[in-house]
Design a protein around this ligand. Structure first.
Ligand code: 9MR
Length: 377
């Protein structure tokens, strides 16, 4: 480093320290994706205001900081296949166009999920539950049509989402009720037949949980024993200040990788608010709302520091296992976009994402970028 540069760096660091923001020292051109380099893809979910280009602030952030995208909602069953003979791909096509124009790697989310699945899927015209044969055929038609529509555009599909519960058994969804365990291998088989080149993923939340971890390992083995393709497990990263335990999350990453699949951290966000079930009595609505929406104006510095440190710790974990991690994807661009503002109660203000409501990187993101600039000198 030249003397002039050292002096400038000291000046900048002093300035940053006095302003309390490490982001002031980062090179304006360097994005998070440059800092991550080829360790893994770094992505974000997009809502339709973003993939249509209307949310120009978010679009700027996406172009600068991310190299991968996933549709937050517009590729889900109820969106693309609202009734048996109707497929609506307009919004999803716009998402693909955005990805192509900006050279972003795209993931399809998701082919089979018990939620946001239209009701017609499981009943006949008289409202009676369909037979296993009919459901199989409907799954096949859905997966073939959707996967073939996007053929060549996506790197991979979340083929089945959230099918295993905490004791490792199968969620008692309609798919399970009608077809039993068989619905998962069938979904993977149909997806592969429809697009043999596309990668296939199983995606779930609460993956730090030992029971679910074992259930997912068992599922990978079953698929592989049957000669079916599964390329990766998507570990949804919906976190809080007190969950998951980083060691348990790491155990699951290693357990899945040991089965010969890649690991993806999908849907990453961390609520900065108290965990709902452990606070006030739910019957006391006013107290409950206050307890669950404690920072309606801004996140206090003390909480922000803990949040940033915890996010950094998880990011470091992903980096440590970069050999098995293929992609890390945030579930939304900026805090204002997050589903967490409406869950578990509507209208609360959460701070769970990598960029704040003014589209500025959170301190831990600036730190990652800065560290990379330093290590590249
Ligand atoms: O973020 C999504 C939100 O906008 C939708 O209303 C919701 C509907 O169920 O789905 C959210 O995304 C979910 C994702 O598709 C699957 N894992 C859990 C996510 C958060 O609920």
């Amino acid at each position: 480093m030249k003397v002039r540069h050292i002096a400038a760096a000291i000046l900048a660091a002093t300035f940053a320290a006095s302003c309390g923001g490490p982001q002031t020292t980062t090179n304006k051109e360097t994005g998070l994706k440059d800092a991550v380099g080829d360790k893994f893809l770094i992505g974000t979910a997009l809502n339709v205001f973003q993939s249509s280009g209307q949310d120009t602030n978010a679009v700027k952030v996406v172009k600068k900081h991310f190299n991968a995208i996933v549709a937050e909602n517009c590729m889900k069953m109820e969106e693309v296949h609202p009734s048996e003979d109707v497929y609506t791909f307009d919004k999803a096509d716009q998402f693909i166009k955005f990805g192509e124009e900006n050279g972003l790697t795209m993931t399809g989310h998701c082919l089979i999920w018990h939620s946001q699945c239209p009701e017609w899927f499981f009943v006949d015209k008289d409202g009676k539950q369909v037979s296993p044969e009919v459901l199989k055929q409907r799954m096949k038609d859905h997966i073939y049509t959707v996967a073939q529509h996007f053929k060549g555009k996506l790197k991979g599909w979340d083929v089945v989402n959230e099918a295993i519960v905490e004791d490792g058994s199968y969620r008692k969804s309609k798919f399970y009720e009608i077809l039993g365990e068989e619905f998962i291998p069938l979904a993977f088989q149909y997806a592969h037949e429809a697009d043999p080149d596309v990668e296939l993923y199983y995606n779930d939340y609460g993956m730090d949980n030992e029971g679910r971890r074992n259930g997912v390992v068992k599922l990978i083995r079953t698929l592989k024993e049957r000669g079916l393709r599964i390329d990766a497990v998507g570990m949804q990263g919906h976190m809080g200040m007190d969950y998951p335990k980083i060691e348990e999350f790491e155990k699951s990453m290693l357990a899945f990788a040991a089965e010969g699949v890649k690991v993806m951290i999908t849907e990453w966000d961390m609520s900065a608010l108290p965990t709902a079930s452990r606070t006030a009595n739910i019957s006391d609505t006013v107290a409950f709302k206050k307890a669950l929406n404690p920072y309606p104006d801004a996140l206090p510095d003390s909480v922000s520091q803990v949040w940033n440190a915890r996010m950094k710790q998880f990011f470091n974990l992903f980096e440590k296992h970069a050999d098995i991690v293929d992609r890390v994807t945030a579930w939304g661009v900026s805090d204002g976009d997050s589903w967490k503002n409406g869950f578990p109660i509507r209208g609360r203000r959460d701070y769970p994402l990598l960029f704040d409501r003014n589209y500025q990187p959170k301190p831990f993101v600036s730190e990652i970028i800065k560290e990379n600039q330093t290590s590249n000198k």
